[in-house]
Design a binder for this molecule. Structure first.
Ligand code: 0RA
Length: 645
């Protein structure tokens, strides 16, 4: 029911009616995209409101529940959205509606009406629950506040009725339930794991905050709860869980003022990667910003100062930022009143004061820690000096290899059987596992355009070695020389000697492992090769099926073997299982795996390579069980993937 307002009203209690049509017309502008990512963003938007309430000190629990019908509800125990009446102009008329309705139907009205706390308003965030309402087939909001339960329902952002009281209560809070609009989203099927990852992050970033996730969908029933009393300290220990830590416990620094809050957690491990995540108001600032700069600059300064002051390093020497961050896992989380988000994806913090605030917090916290723990401090400095020396060694190793022409490809490796065509756009190189398969491939190939490079055994895991060792590795040097395009900063696609780089490994677990190691190397040192689509995986068959006089058939999986046997009849059929490529005759290898006419090649995407790299960087550590499982999965994935030639 719309009530007419009598008499005059002042400008400041009139809100301009901004219909929700723009949101439905250009959803991407408000939630980034209408794919799975955008869909899950709807939940994030509502959860952020609950986190806001938590930051303001009014809320400690948030529950996300997926209903049987696929809709989602997010419940919090915050103050509840205000329910008092507001004067607005609606369809050209001055009317009074509840604050709930204003929040739900007016863009930018979601902001708190005054009051303290930090406002989450970065990037795509902060558009709030209004956008969720606009993009939902239906949305229902239930507010417990002032002793009463209130409810209102909307269809595609349009209120069905006014806010109504439906009962009594002695708690406060908000429950928002919604069904995403399938006219807008490519998919409306929520993924438990995607939500889980984000909720876990929220729980880590807000210590003591309880987050529950419940899936009630038929056959997918599941639930999980997160609460981390040590917040980002627990986060860092989680990230380092498979590594050998240098500090017995992660270092935690916290500094609060009335205007802002800085938290830092850090722990070194025995690896070589830098793993630093920076957040501002719970938003992952992927593009970095002033808080990250403050952290980095100060870290370099503190460690150099300590090393000089304690005679661990000559005054003339200096550790670089990279040296002091080698093997460092850290989280920097800042909360501030008016965050400025900049950059391409609005995930770069711009508030210049945060540089000094984070720097000061770190120098106080880490400074004290180093003074109080001289043994650890010394170990840490020695580690960074080792890193500096290794970096220097790598630089000269690179200089050397360059001088010797290895990186330029002037002296080709002895094991390479090159092709005769010199036009790179026509040629391809097969990276083959082992000398035996290499031999067959050399005999079976078309030497005009196909080159063969056999590698001995497993190649080096580049995630577990420093650059100088990587460059000393014979197999890696052979690849660098054969490809001719250099590595890292020196990479030059125009010098690439082959159009296709084809990993031809056995169709077993070891073969998968080697392929992943190769991808990890390409991803880290020759990434444009993958980005430009030069890297492929060959598909050798697993089985040969012979029967009578008919030409042999090949199967690439157990499932395919079964289907083929059904087709041709099992009786009299003979099945040979290939244990390795080396077991095939050169004719068979050509026919099944190398001839452009018959073979199947799988182009490796950045996603594949990223996944491989990710596994070696963070997931596997030294857990053989996990590694085995992953490799088996990967073998399956490659075998079942849509194939394109
Ligand atoms: C506007 C003002 C206040 C709280 C909220 C909105 C609010 C919104 C949502 C959305 C989901 N959960 C929420 N909880 C709170 C401040 C209320 C006050 O000052 O009492």
């Amino acid at each position: 029911m719309e009530e007419k307002v009598q008499g005059s009203y002042t400008a400041d209690n009139i809100q301009v009616l901004e219909g929700l049509d723009p949101v439905r017309k250009r959803p991407g502008m408000y939630i980034g995209s209408t794919d799975e990512r955008g869909l899950h963003h709807l939940i994030v938007e509502v959860v952020d409101n609950a986190v806001d309430e938590a930051l303001a000190g009014y809320c400690d629990t948030c529950t996300v529940e997926i209903a049987r019908d696929g809709s989602v509800s997010i419940t919090d125990n915050g103050r509840g959205i205000p329910v008092d009446k507001k004067k607005i102009v609606k369809n050209g008329k001055a009317v009074e509606v509840s604050a709930v309705e204003v929040v739900m139907t007016h863009l930018h009205a979601g902001g708190k009406f005054g009051g303290g706390g930090y406002n989450v308003s970065g990037g795509l965030h902060g558009v709030g629950v209004t956008v969720v309402n606009a993009l939902s087939e239906w949305l229902e909001v239930e507010v417990s506040r002032g002793g009463k339960i209130h409810r209102q329902r909307f269809n595609r952002g349009v209120p069905m009725k006014d806010l109504a009281v439906i009962g009594k209560t002695n708690i406060t809070g908000t429950k928002v339930s919604f069904m995403p609009d399938s006219d807008i989203f490519e998919t409306v099927d929520f993924n438990f794991d995607t939500i889980r990852t984000r909720l876990r992050e929220v729980a880590y970033l807000n210590k003591g905050f309880n987050v529950n996730l419940i899936d009630n969908r038929e056959g997918r029933e599941k639930n999980e709860s997160f609460r981390f009393d040590n917040g980002i300290l627990d986060f860092v220990e989680y990230l380092n869980r498979n590594k050998e830590a240098l500090f017995p416990q992660a270092l935690y620094i916290e500094k609060k003022t009335s205007d802002n809050e800085v938290e830092i957690a850090m722990q070194y491990n025995d690896g070589y990667n830098e793993n630093i995540y920076a957040y501002a108001n719970n938003i992952n600032t992927e593009e970095g910003g002033t808080h990250l700069e403050g952290f980095r600059n100060t870290l370099t300064k503190i460690i150099n100062d300590y090393a000089h002051k304690n005679g661990l390093m000559k005054d003339s020497e200096r550790l670089s930022g990279e040296d002091v961050r080698e093997g460092l896992t850290a989280i920097i989380s800042v909360k501030l009143k008016n965050p400025q988000f900049e950059g391409q994806t609005k995930t770069k913090l711009g508030n210049s004061e945060m540089r000094g605030i984070v720097g000061k917090a770190l120098s106080d916290g880490l400074g004290t820690y180093l003074e109080e723990n001289p043994q650890i401090a010394k170990e840490l400095v020695m580690k960074t000096i080792t890193a500096a020396n290794a970096r220097e060694a790598a630089r000269s190793a690179r200089e050397n290899t360059r001088r010797k022409g290895v990186l330029e490809g002037s002296t080709l490796p002895g094991k390479l059987a090159d092709c005769s065509d010199r036009d790179p756009s026509n040629t391809e190189i097969y990276i083959v596992e082992g000398d035996s398969a290499g031999g067959t491939a050399k005999q079976g190939r078309d030497r005009r355009f196909q080159a063969i490079l056999p590698l001995r055994g497993k190649i080096l895991n580049v995630q577990k070695a420093r650059l100088n060792r990587i460059l000393e590795n014979a197999e890696i040097r052979a690849m660098i020389t054969a490809f001719g395009c250099g590595i890292g900063e020196d990479f030059d696609e125009s010098k690439l000697r082959y159009d296709k780089i084809i990993c031809m490994t056995d169709a077993d677990v070891d073969g998968s492992h080697i392929r992943i190691l190769l991808l990890t190397f390409f991803y880290n040192f020759m990434r444009p090769l993958i980005e430009k689509g030069h890297v492929y995986s060959a598909m050798p068959p697993l089985y040969k099926i012979s029967k009578g006089k008919r030409p042999p058939e090949y199967a690439y999986s157990d499932a395919e073997l079964a289907t083929k046997l059904d087709e041709i009849g099992r009786k009299g059929a003979e099945v040979q299982r290939y244990k390795g490529l080396g077991e095939m005759s050169k004719e068979q290898l050509w026919e099944t795996t190398m001839s452009p006419e018959h073979r199947t090649l799988i182009r490796i995407t950045m996603d594949d390579a990223f996944e491989a790299d990710e596994i070696f960087t963070t997931l596997m550590g030294d857990q053989p069980e996990l590694r085995r499982k992953f490799i088996e999965e990967n073998a399956k994935m490659i075998a079942t993937k849509d194939l394109d030639v």
